[in-house]
Write a new protein. Structure first.
Length: 464
């Protein structure tokens, strides 16, 4: 008999915290049918002032429940309270930003007399909602990722159906309830909690105009290959983010930054700092300071305000990370600190020195609390090694030399380079884009809004 509910567990200890009904294909199909009809009938489109008002009301409702969301994120996702609170603040800011961006989503006048053939005409463009949106989201930011996928759809006037991660659906479901309470009719926005077969069928349905996916590259590129002709898409996967530390870098500033970038949410971030290339003259001083700082991290229950790093999302992820670390050590890496499981759901923050170039921790996204340190002699070699993988998302360089910093920024691959800041830095109005196999399209509220609209040009031939 098919499963009809899922039990949502607390990430830290597996205690049940909720039951969620699994939705059928029939429910998803009915919503897509209605969404398609809404988009086809321009008389039913929501005017800009209504969309602005809904988003502003929704922002205030989320703000009012900020502490409830904070605790929920910590419990279902395992993110420490302090970081969960930041996530809620970012979600509120994202909603306000989407409301503000509606006023900048217009078209433009286009000159037509640049050639003789266009003379005697005037033209302007319009941006219209692209149509039904399907969004599949990830567990690691169970509220803010939903905001980044749903708020642009609301802002542009696209009906949207969102599927949260099965491990962290509660934040999404509450957010959608608040969207309805803010005045958005349920026919414009629904959450679907479903199995993988239904999710794939939903994403690849020909009625879908825009598909947004945040998650593993394996699943994302598979779904991308099956999209219906004409479906526009954006994919956000992971990276194996590199950070370069030059000999002139100020370690008093670098070490806290690296620790935050590498161990924020126990490394379960798509741009988490993983590969650290340190100039050889600095390597001993750097590793000593890094190990000391990592050992000071408080690891445990994410609902404890003192906790810096919490659990991994599932016990099998602890098994995987443990296996990768053991493989790296067997292959010649030096274990500087960590390297052990604390429980079946919690793994020690770990620092490895010089794993083999072909080790999993050197080539694949760990998505766990593990950073790897490598020595380099010339900056060009560090950049080449940083760029050597098929993934490219965000990277960093720490140096006081402006020429070295800007040269590295020009040559490092990916969507963003941080100078004297960690690879996981992000604000919600900046572009956020994985390159190569790390993704497709550009994330960020305004950029996603642009992708969720079609541009139409109107040309008027003037009379004599």
């Amino acid at each position: 008999m098919a499963q009809d509910t899922i039990t949502v567990e607390q990430a830290y200890d597996g205690a049940p915290i909720g039951q969620v009904a699994l939705d059928s294909w029939e429910k998803a199909d009915a919503f897509l049918t209605r969404a398609q009809a809404l988009h086809a009938d321009r008389k039913q489109w929501l005017p800009a002032h209504e969309r602005i008002a809904i988003l502003k009301r929704l922002a205030r409702l989320v703000e009012q429940e900020s502490e409830d969301f904070t605790l929920l994120i910590a419990r279902e996702g395992g993110k420490p309270l302090g970081d969960a609170r930041v996530e809620v603040d970012r979600a509120v800011n994202g909603l306000d930003l989407a409301a503000e961006e509606i006023g900048h989503l217009g078209g433009e006048e286009m000159p037509m007399d640049l050639t003789a053939g266009g003379a005697g005409r005037i033209a302007f463009t319009q941006r219209n909602p692209i149509g039904p949106v399907v969004a599949i989201s990830a567990f690691n930011h169970p509220l803010n990722l939903i905001v980044h996928q749903v708020a642009p759809a609301i802002a542009t006037g696209c009906p949207v159906i969102v599927k949260p991660a099965a491990t962290t659906p509660l934040s999404c479901l509450r957010f959608i309830e608040l969207a309805h309470a803010a005045g958005l009719s349920p026919e414009w926005c629904q959450a679907i909690v479903c199995d993988q077969v239904t999710a794939e069928r939903l994403a690849t349905d020909p009625r879908v105009a825009f598909f947004s996916f945040i998650g593993s590259a394996r699943v994302g590129w598979m779904l991308q290959s099956k999209l219906s002709p004409g479906t526009r898409s954006a994919l956000e996967h992971g990276g194996v983010a590199p950070a370069i530390v030059a000999a002139d870098a100020d370690l008093d500033a670098v070490i806290p930054s690296i620790v935050k970038g590498g161990f924020y949410h126990s490394g379960q971030v798509c741009v988490s700092t993983q590969r650290i290339f340190v100039e050889r003259a600095k390597i001993d001083e750097f590793t000593e300071a890094l190990v000391s700082a990592v050992r000071e991290l408080t690891v445990g229950d994410p609902t404890d305000p003192a906790t810096d790093a919490g659990p991994l999302i599932l016990p099998r992820e602890v098994d995987r990370v443990e296996a990768w670390v053991e493989e790296a050590i067997a292959g010649g890496a030096t274990l500087l600190t960590g390297g052990k499981r604390i429980s079946d759901r919690v793994y020690e923050p770990t620092v490895l020195l010089e794993p083999a170039p072909d080790a999993k921790v050197s080539t694949l996204e760990v998505f766990g609390p593990v950073v790897c340190v490598y020595a380099y002699d010339e900056i060009e070699d560090a950049v080449a090694r940083a760029n050597a993988l098929p993934v490219a998302f965000q990277s960093a360089i720490y140096t006081k030399d402006i020429d070295r910093a800007l040269n590295a920024a020009q040559n490092l691959s990916g969507g963003a380079v941080m100078i004297n800041d960690h690879t996981a830095f992000r604000v919600d109005w900046m572009p956020f884009a994985g390159k190569r196999s790390s993704g497709m399209g550009i994330g960020g509220i305004r950029y996603t809004m642009h992708d969720m609209t079609d541009e139409k040009i109107v040309v008027i031939k003037l009379g004599r």
